[in-house]
Ligand binder design. Sequence first.
Ligand code: ADP
Ligand code: NI
Length: 215
Amino acid sequence: MQDIIDKTAFFVQERLKHAEAGHDWWHVLRVWNNTKLILVHEKADRLICELAALLHDVADSKFHDGDEHLGPALAGTFLNSLQVDADTVQHVKNIILNMSYKASLGKVIFHSKELEIVQDADRLDAIGAIGVARAFHYGGFKNREIYNPNIPIKRDLTKESYKNSTAPTINHFYEKLLLLKDNMNTLAAQRIAVERHRFMETYLQQFYDEWNGIK
Ligand code: ADP
Ligand code: NI
């Protein structure tokens, strides 16, 4: 089992060499670590969780013309080359296809404990201090405004409007990041999310105070 995990980690590290810094190998490493942290408290198939954590961003659809099947397909081809059993490969592919925030806004048909764990691990990396860094990095990558008080926050985004949003990065906090705390699947992730969520609220308060020249 360790051999398969090591080979997968190496494959992902190579594949993500030139990735955008919010979805690069370091993101994957943090999600992998978060997965292991949650697994201390949850009973689930460890190999499936670790493989899905490692492979979940090998071809993020937003960097591949919206193609949501490329990531699962690439992951499947790779795992088959290691002779991983067919059920495990299929489960990992299902997790990758269904775990993203976008996917969760659409029609979700696949559920498993393993998906819940890896989804939480990925979501934890979207909040807190790392979450702030990733959001502004991604916003910069897309040349979004940092903040524009004239552009209102859109709540209850559909999958399509979430994907096509060009709003300032501050809006993304309200459209996604601040909603994650109450959408964690596992108790372990809920607990970790509390502190990270509080940090984002403090951050936003300081941001507005500075924006308005109050502090
Ligand atoms: P998922 O992969 O779960 O569908 P996304 O890829 O949309 O989620 O978001 C992953 C991370 O990329 C977010 O947590 C955030 O840091 C960044 N990001 C995505 N969309 C935006 C956006 N519109 N503005 C700022 N950051 C964004
Ligand atoms: Ni991710």
